[in-house]
Every structure is written in C-alpha cells, then in structure tokens.
Ligand binder design. Structure first.
Ligand code: F0G
Length: 420
C-alpha cells in the first residue's frame, strides 16, 4: 500500500500523515492488486460472512486487504456495515421501476454510512500515533468521529456550521464528548478552517480529504455486490455532497474489476440538491469546476465547494456514471414515500430516490434495469425536517404526502369520529 497523487502521480509512504501531494492535489491509497489477485476471491469474502470474530464481523474489515491492510491492534471497529437491503412496492411505483433495492446505511452504529469511513480513519489515526482528531461536518461525520474517537480514547474536535445541522447529529456529537465548535459560517467555511487548524496544530484530519476515509466507504459497494451474490446491478444511486462517497464506490468497483472479482462495473448516479449542485453544473454543462453558495433543506449535502470533486468526476467517467439534481420539494416528497413505506431515512438520503425517479422519467435509467439506491442516514437524524413537513410548516415546500397529527377530545366518540 502506498499513497499516490491523483494528478501528478507522486508517491508517499502510507505511514506519513498526509492528505495532499506537494502539488496540492489529493492523494489516494494504492493497493498491490497484482499480488492480491492471488489471495482475494469471492469465495474468501463469502467465507468471512459467517465469521463472528473481530475484525471480520465488520462489513468493512471483511474486505481488509482492499481497505486498509494494517495490524489488527490498531483497528477500532464497532463493528460497522452489514446493513440491509429493502424492497418496497410503494417506492418502486413512485420511481417508476419494476423493482428497486434500498440499501440502508442508516443501520450503521451511529446511524449513517460515515461509520464505514470512520473506522478506517480512526484506525489510521491510531496507527500514526495521533491523540487528537478533527473534522468539519454537516453533522453525520462529526457524530461518527465523536463516537469512534471516544472508543479509541482520543480527543475529538468538530467544526459545524452554526445553527445549520440537524438536531439528532448535534446531539450525538455533544453526547459522545466532542469539543464542538459552531463557526459563524457555512460548511465550506468550516472545511477551510479545519484544514488550516489541523496543519497548524498537528491534529489528524478526518474529513473525506483523508484517503483512508475513502477506503472504508468503498465497502458499501463491496457489500452491495456480495449481497447480490456478486451479480452486478445496472445502477447505484447515491446523494452527493462533499463527494467522498461516490468517489469511494467508483474506486472500489474499479479495483474489484481489475482483480477479476466482477466482470463489469455498475453505473453510478450521483444526485445533488438543486441548491448545492456544483458537480451537476460541471457535468451537465461540460465546464470547469466552480463552487456555489449552497442552500437546501437536506443539510447533510448543503455543500457548495466539495473537496473531492476531481476524484468524483474521474469515478463518474470510470463507471459511465451520470449526475442529476433534484429540488427540495422532490427530496421531501421522495422522503415521505420512503418513510411511509416503513423504511425511513433522512432528507439527503432521499435525494437518491428523487434522482432515480427523474432519471427513469428521462429514459436514462431503463424501467427494467436493476437499481440499488443508497439511503445514507437514519430517519431520526433530522426530526425537524420530518415533523415540519407533515405539519405543513416548511417554507416553500408543499406537504404533498402529509400525515398530520389530529387533535381530539379525550373520549371514545371523538376517536370513533376520527377513525371513520
Ligand atoms: N448523505 C448523508 C446523510 C450525509 O451525511 C452526507 C455527507 C452525504 C449524503 C453526502 O456524502 O459528502 O460523501 O458526498 N455528509 C458529510 C458530513 C458532509 O459532514 O456528515 P458525500
């Protein structure tokens, strides 16, 4: 394993705490795929599925050689992954497909997909001897980092945009003991600041600019394929914010393909909120990257200057992927459908469902293609957005599928009247 610059190709040893090349571009982990070809197989991963022992009981460390092949004494695992697939006639009908599989990453230990990257990031921090870790976050990364840092006995410092992160996430960061700095600015300001702080104060940075975070998140894709008996779906749809997750999935699929474990790669559909759509603009208009001032109800993906855009666009090319955008109205309506199907997810997660619907309508996703949509976070992460939707209190958003609470007198007659 080595670290390599995605632009100039300069290499660095894995035990150097580094996120960027001297040329300023991001680094990525390169695995010795030629050597691994002899060792890794579907069969090996399938055998590990039955294991209950650390670290192979984790849906990340099961694929250890392709993630972060380090001494087990450094690994901090809760364990993460092993999340379920759901099908729902209601959701399938809504998006216009015969079938759609929803992979619920909200079933991770801190209730979002971030745990998959974080177990790697924190384990790397331990390997490198760090005692303090930090991140900027729209909420889920901070919740995850705070938990894993506490388990590793490290101090954690989170930078969050003031007043703009969902309550469930803020609650987690505080409860797990992170020093929580609410900065007067948005996520993009926080991201800028945390990089400066980590550089100056020698704190380990655990945003997805950290190459090990990306490695852990690849396991979402690995697990999807393994759950499908290594049958490759046509599409994987997921929301895009800082663009680490789609970067991770495409990198992982490319590696599996190069190892000969899969014969083709699924196409990736990245879905951004209309008000936070710099990747969509770049992809759609074939222009160079320009940041935007982000605005969306899906606070998790309210990011205008995503750190991983270069890696992301490269991955979209590798997988013949597409980028779509959806409005807040589309996100909240899709969420209402996902929630009412009994599955439930936070707003950003449902951008993937709204995006699939749009792509099916546009004829880009074929009606009988196999689609897996990633639900990135749990319904309870953002109770405000959910309750206010059902109460009809979201500014500028129609509550098309509202399920309002009904106030009644405390007697049988009143109940009967309601249930008629
Ligand atoms: N969905 C949820 C629920 C998220 O929390 C995030 C990102 C994304 C999707 C987008 O993933 O950034 O890899 O493109 N949340 C980060 C955070 C930014 O700080 O928790 P991405």
């Amino acid at each position: 394993m080595i670290l390599r610059c995605i632009e100039c190709g300069k290499e660095y040893p894995i035990d150097e705490a580094r996120y960027r090349c001297e040329c300023g571009n991001l680094l990525e982990v390169v695995h010795p795929l030629e050597t691994l070809k002899k060792k890794l197989s579907r069969k090996l991963f399938d055998e590990r599925l039955a294991r209950r022992d650390f670290p192979y009981n984790s849906g990340v460390w099961r694929y250890k050689e392709l993630i972060l092949d380090i001494d087990e004494k450094f690994i901090i695992s809760r364990p993460e992954g092993n999340t379920n697939f759901y099908t729902s006639g209601k959701v399938a009908e809504y998006v216009g497909l015969k079938d759609i599989l929803l992979k619920h990453e909200g079933e991770n230990p801190t209730a979002s997909f971030k745990d998959r990257g974080m177990t790697c990031g924190i384990s790397a921090a331990k390997m490198l001897g760090f005692k303090r870790v930090a991140c900027a976050s729209t909420g889920n990364t901070s919740a995850s980092m705070a938990s894993y840092a506490a388990m590793a006995g490290m101090e954690s410092i989170v930078f969050i945009p003031e007043g703009k992160i969902a309550f469930g996430k803020l609650a987690q960061a505080l409860a797990y003991g992170a020093k929580t700095l609410q900065i007067k600015g948005d996520f993009d300001d926080a991201m800028q600041l945390v990089q400066e702080v980590c550089q100056e104060l020698g704190i380990y940075l655990l945003n997805s600019v950290n190459p090990f975070r990306i490695e852990g998140q690849k396991a979402i894709g690995f697990e999807v394929l393994q759950q499908l008996g290594w049958q490759v779906p046509h599409w994987i749809a997921l929301p895009g914010g800082n663009l680490g997750n789609n970067t991770a999935l495409s990198k992982g699929f490319k590696e599996l393909y190069e190892l000969g474990i899969i014969e083709k790669v699924p196409r990736i559909a990245v879905v951004q909120a209309h008000g936070a759509n710099p990747l969509y603009r770049m992809w759609k208009n074939k222009t160079s990257f320009t940041s935007v001032k982000a605005q969306t109800i899906a606070t998790a993906i309210k990011i205008g200057n995503p750190i991983s855009w270069k890696k992301s666009i490269r991955g979209i090319e590798w997988t013949r992927g597409v980028v779509e955008e959806v409005t807040d109205q589309e996100i909240m309506d899709a969420k209402a459908i996902v929630d009412a199907s009994g599955i439930g997810a936070e707003p950003a997660s449902c951008a993937s469902i709204a995006g699939v619907r749009k792509l099916v309508r546009a004829g880009i996703i074929n009606k009988d293609e196999k689609v897996v949509a990633i639900l990135t976070g749990n319904l309870l992460k953002d109770p405000d957005a959910t309750v206010n939707y059902h109460l009809g209190k979201l500014k500028g958003i129609k509550s098309n599928y509202a399920n309002k609470p009904i106030q009644i007198e405390p007697n049988l007659e009143a109940v009967k009247k309601c249930l008629k």
